[in-house]
Write a protein of this length. Structure first.
Length: 458
């Protein structure tokens, strides 16, 4: 009887602790990691580092000098040596660890064993990045950070840099227009494409940038941001009038750069430039970001006249994509589907869009349109996005690298409020004034007076 009572007294708290830990892990994974997951995974890593590296084939034979020293001092068997391990640095989402590779090893060897390391040390995922030749960093993620997105404190934002989403390795996905000037974003209805666009506009609104919008859905996506937009068109007819103005603006900026290149003897090297960023700050024109929503609407035609207008618009978009970077004009193209079936020039335009973001799509062909020509292995990841995970996407670029990202929630009202607060930052570009959207004035609520007016008499 006493043994039974002792078992109940000990087992009750243990069961309660186990149930509480399971609940914490399921509902609050970040709190579980900081309290229980981090100590357990650290103990596993420290206790099994050598054997795990040996099992993964990441050990090498020691040098002859080291082998002689071991035999002379300890008389033990000389064992293979794992990569030198640096200090473990814990984070709120996992931990970081640097490894110095042994002679003959390469980062691909460690990356190939990432899945084995994940299971051995009890973490959600392991990612490998190269720090410098011979040194790699292991980023261990303790839980699925994309299930409930919380952006890190340090996002790496700045001028023309907008943190718009969270990567699966718990780092911020930054839309950097200086590094990747043009981008294509695809996604089906309710996939989170509009949320991605809100973050882009809200992130650029406080910066000295001209925002130009083409929204062929009658402006329902971009009209709430009208106070901050320098130009907005809501149908293909208006877009056909706006695009030649942007091309002319680009040509004027090239003339400005060319005039600066009238290099006189004795001109300092730092004043010789081939784009607007080499111009003096006083002469440098403001950068322009053109946001095109539902780009397929610009390609659809019904009559012969519409076809001629379409061809002209596509030619102008291709010119902006090919030549706009040096003139400080960047493209953010969004749509549900974008491929050769849209018509003449579609494939050529897509080839100029370096960055690619693919949300959930309705068929595999759409994923291949976005990612097939830059990262074929990412197509399967894009097709596996579930409908109940809005905002989840696969991001890639022409370097071949790709990763899963997810955009945090941002309401349309909050994004519109940011644009209204920064309306005074709209730059003065006279060429875009005819396309400046009209901003309705908010009516002022006047208090109702309870005092009756005096009667009018002679």
């Amino acid at each position: 009887m006493s043994d039974l009572m002792t078992l109940v007294e000990v087992g009750g708290p243990v069961a309660a602790f186990g149930g509480g830990a399971a609940y914490l892990r399921a509902r609050h994974p970040a709190a579980y990691w900081c309290t229980l997951g981090l100590p357990v995974s650290t103990a596993k890593l420290l206790g099994s580092y050598g054997s795990t590296m040996d099992a993964c084939g990441l050990t090498v034979q020691p040098s002859r000098l080291r082998a002689l020293l071991v035999q002379a001092t300890t008389r033990r068997e000389v064992r293979p040596v794992p990569p030198r391990r640096g200090m473990i640095r814990p984070t709120s989402t996992g931990m970081r660890l640097r490894l110095r590779l042994a002679p003959g090893q390469e980062p691909a060897d460690v990356a190939a064993s990432a899945e084995r390391l994940r299971h051995a040390w009890g973490v959600h995922a392991v990612y490998v990045t190269v720090v410098k030749p011979g040194v790699v960093e292991l980023r261990l993620v303790g839980f699925d950070v994309l299930r409930k997105v919380r952006m890190p404190r340090k996002t790496g934002g700045g001028f023309l840099k907008v943190p718009v989403a969270l990567r699966e390795d718990a780092t911020a996905f930054v839309r950097d227009y200086r590094a990747i000037p043009h981008q294509l974003t695809l996604g089906a209805t309710l996939s989170g494409k509009s949320m991605f666009l809100r973050h882009v506009v809200a992130g650029l609104a406080p910066q000295p940038v001209a925002l130009v919008g083409i929204d062929c859905k009658r402006g329902v996506e971009l009209a709430p941001f009208a106070p901050r937009l320098s130009a907005l068109t809501t149908d293909p007819e208006q877009a056909a009038e706006l695009l030649p103005v942007l091309v002319e603006l680009m040509e004027d900026r090239y003339d400005l750069i060319k005039a600066r290149q009238g290099i006189a003897p004795g001109t300092p090297d730092e004043e010789i430039t081939s784009d607007i960023w080499g111009l003096p700050e006083a002469e440098r024109p403001v950068p322009v970001v053109l946001v095109v929503d539902e780009v397929a609407e610009l390609f659809l035609v019904a009559t012969k006249k519409d076809e001629e207008r379409r061809d002209e618009m596509v030619t102008q978009l291709i010119r902006l994509a090919q030549l706009g970077r040096a003139a400080g004009i960047y493209l953010e193209v969004c749509g549900q589907r974008f491929g050769a079936e849209l018509g003449k020039g579609a494939t050529m335009l897509r080839a100029q869009l370096t960055g690619r973001v693919c949300h959930r799509v309705n068929d595999e062909a759409s994923a291949k349109m976005a990612l097939g020509d830059i990262a074929p292995e990412a197509v399967g990841a894009a097709c596996a996005i579930a409908p109940e995970s809005p905002g989840l996407a696969v991001a890639g670029d022409t370097s071949g690298g790709w990763s899963r990202i997810r955009t945090p929630y941002l309401s349309l009202g909050d994004a519109a409020a940011v644009c209204a607060e920064t309306a005074h930052l709209v730059p003065d570009i006279p060429a875009l004034d005819p396309f400046r959207p009209a901003v309705p004035v908010k009516p002022v609520d006047r208090p109702v007076s309870l005092v009756k007016p005096l009667p009018v008499t002679d």
